[in-house]
Design a protein around this ligand. Structure first.
Ligand code: AHR
Length: 340
């Protein structure tokens, strides 16, 4: 009986204790803090390196030694810098260049398009398309007639100045000659190189009384240069000088002169533009008299400019190359130092 009472007491004590616990008022909740404002996303602009560059390169073609050196410069430098290069040879056809341009615009991996334009005109539409697609466009070697806002920069020679130098040098070659009849072998006629060299030559040739008696395209290659020169020599041998707008055409002209029984470099003076190894060898042989340099090794400058453009750095609209003039008398000494 006594133990029964004890059990009842224990139950009662536990019941009170439970009630006390469950009735204890809960502490008022801390006032809810408004959520901290989300940190504003300030993502730093991406800094591009050469490894991020995917270049679509549109080459004119492979018309001679100068072009081969230009192409090699872009391929070798891309390898050295870790740039991904998608190279396209347009085989000297403008329509190929335009469709390659559009393919590179559509290629989502390509962020830079480099163009060596065959012609100065016809680029506005694709340039606008490239701009809309956010592609960087850099012109190499050849300038074009388009708004400067549509491309990042142009890196290449001052072709007008090359033409002026050519005329000044031709004047020296023909000094003392009674007649100064010069024939001009022109590159592909719509190109900036051909137009501007022709313009520069004409600006200066009057200073010593040069007359251009014939002017025709040899399309930058020796076969056509030779054929044109052959045709001219059949019409008249009253020619004192050849202004070949590149080495290849000058080499072709020298062959035609030899086949006509004359001595190139002596009976008819020859001046060319480019300064390839082939022209140096012809100077050593006495076939070519003087060469005006045109530098094809443009890739390091072009890639550097493209990288700056990707990183939104400002660029001049034209970076002209530094170029010289070479004479037959120095050719043997200089040839071993030449890179192309
Ligand atoms: O634009 C440069 C010219 O193009 C070179 O003088 C010629 O050889 C090349 O094809």
């Amino acid at each position: 009986m006594k133990s029964m009472t004890t059990i009842v007491r224990v139950i009662l004590v536990l019941a009170f204790a439970f009630a006390a616990v469950s009735c204890t008022p809960t502490a008022p909740a801390e006032p809810t803090q408004p959520p901290a404002p989300a940190a504003t996303a300030t993502t730093a602009p991406k800094v591009y390196t050469y490894k991020d560059m995917v270049v679509g390169f549109i080459q004119t073609g492979s018309e001679g030694g100068w072009r081969a050196a230009n192409t090699a410069s872009f391929k070798e430098t891309a390898d050295q810098l870790g740039i991904t290069l998608k190279f396209y040879d347009a085989q000297n056809k403008l329509e190929n260049q335009i469709s390659a341009f559009r393919n590179f615009i559509a290629d989502k991996d390509v962020n830079v398009i480099i163009l060596a334009a065959l012609e100065t005109t016809g680029w506005d539409e694709v340039l606008k398309e490239a701009q809309a697609a956010g592609k960087i466009v850099v012109l190499e070697d050849r300038r074009i007639d388009a708004s400067e806002d549509l491309y990042a920069t142009y890196i290449g020679s001052d072709f007008v100045e090359e033409g002026r130098k050519a005329a000044v040098e031709m004047c020296k070659l023909l000094e003392g000659s009674e007649k100064k009849n010069v024939v001009e072998l022109v590159g592909n006629v719509g190109s900036s190189a051909a137009k501007d060299r022709g313009q520069g030559f004409r600006e200066k040739m009057g200073e010593c009384g040069i007359t251009i008696t014939q002017s025709q395209t040899g399309n930058w290659n020796s076969t056509e240069g030779k054929a044109v020169m052959e045709a001219w020599l059949k019409q008249s041998t009253d020619i004192q000088g050849v202004f070949a707008q590149n080495d290849e055409m000058g080499l072709g002209a020298a062959e035609a002169i030899k086949e006509a029984g004359l001595k190139p470099g002596t009976d008819i003076k020859i001046l060319t533009v480019d300064a390839t190894a082939g022209a140096f060898k012809a100077m050593i042989a006495g076939d070519i008299n003087t060469v005006v340099e045109c530098n094809p090794l443009l890739a390091p400058q072009v890639y550097e400019a493209a990288l700056k453009a990707l990183n939104n750095e400002s660029l001049p609209k034209w970076v002209p190359s530094q170029e010289g003039v070479f004479y037959a008398a120095d050719a043997a000494t200089i040839l071993p130092t030449r890179k192309y």
